[in-house]
Design a protein around this ligand. Structure first.
Ligand SMILES: Nc1ncnc2c1ncn2[C@@H]1O[C@H](COP(=O)(O)OP(=O)(O)OP(=O)(O)O)[C@@H](O)[C@H]1O
Length: 287
């Protein structure tokens, strides 16, 4: 196995504090028959503005790691070892499994089913304003309104007014997904976790959402991009972490990982793609 890099890419500079620093993370679940280890010895850091993909087959622990960062683990699941740090401060370890109110403030999360995370009975504009009010209570109404409008425009909506007046059922799935991202980023968090955030979208809509996420990273927001889609990860991510049975088996920059996978497990993931030439071409196009 190659030496795993736990640090940010060289371009960021050695002095830069990583947005996210996961160190030797262990996550366990209490089950009827005892305790099961779901994640073991997982170490990863994400630099400001960096997009890191979490890849692995179903059940490899991607969602468990993503949820542990934001404190959304199931009741019977907990961080039992190691630590998670945000901007240089430990936010979670074996003694501390609470959220510290970071959700929506410092960390935003986007799930696969956006419509499920929206309130069906509330207009989009009201939902966004409410999220701003909770996190930034001192912000004046006019400034909050402006922040919501700017955020929706950043998500690629041309008619912001119409979107704000709409209820979720009046928008398409792709539009709701962009609204969900707007909800996650409206308070300008340091980190966004996107868990299969584009998986349910058609290719064209997916491309639009990916563009939005890349635009956010360009402003310095860090992104953990959870997906089973290695082709998509190779297009969007700076680095990719490959998980197998709760352990990190390979971590490399996206181009090298798909061009020269070192681990048999990564090779098998690549081999499972119908047209591996497509993935190599997509990765090469980013260089
Ligand atoms: N609450 C729980 N109790 C016990 N085991 C759990 C619990 N939640 C998840 N697991 C187990 O943890 C492992 C990792 O699951 P996880 O959902 O993180 O994988 P994943 O890589 O995100 O999979 P998928 O791509 O299918 O979403 C699986 O074996 C799963 O069965």
């Amino acid at each position: 196995m190659k030496t795993l890099s736990a640090t940010a890419p060289a371009a960021v500079g050695p002095a830069a504090v990583p947005t996210l620093q996961i160190q030797d993370l262990e996550i366990t679940a209490a089950t009827g028959s005892g305790t099961t280890t779901l994640v073991e010895g997982f170490t990863l850091s994400v630099a400001p503005g960096e997009i890191v993909g979490l890849i692995g087959e179903s059940g490899s622990g991607k969602t468990t790691i993503a949820r542990s960062i934001i404190g959304l683990l199931d009741k019977n699941v907990s961080v039992s070892g190691g630590s998670i740090g945000l901007n240089g401060t430990t936010i979670r370890n074996a003694d501390e499994n609470h959220t510290h109110g970071l959700r929506g403030r410092s960390i935003g999360m986007v799930f696969q089913n956006a419509t499920g995370s929206l309130d069906p009975l509330m207009r989009i504009g009201t939902q966004l304003l409410e999220v701003v009010r909770v996190v930034q209570p001192a912000l004046k109404k006019r400034a909050a309104d402006e922040l919501v409008r700017t955020t929706l425009a950043d998500m690629g909506f041309a008619d912001v007014q119409r979107v704000m007046r709409s209820y979720p059922h009046q928008l398409s799935g792709g539009m709701n997904q962009r609204v969900a991202i707007a909800l996650a980023v409206v308070n300008r968090p340091a980190l966004i976790i996107a868990d299969e955030a584009t998986s349910a979208l058609d290719v064209t809509t997916q491309a639009g959402v990916v563009k939005v996420l890349q635009g956010l990273a360009a402003t310095g927001i860090s992104l953990v991009f959870v997906t089973h889609d290695l082709l998509l990860a190779s297009e969007i991510c700076d680095r990719i972490a490959v998980l197998e049975k709760g352990r990190l088996v390979e971590l490399d920059n996206a181009v090298d990982l798909v061009a020269h996978p070192r681990e048999p497990y990564t090779k098998a993931l690549l081999d499972a793609i119908p047209n591996p030439h497509e993935i190599a071409a997509a990765a090469a196009a980013r260089v």
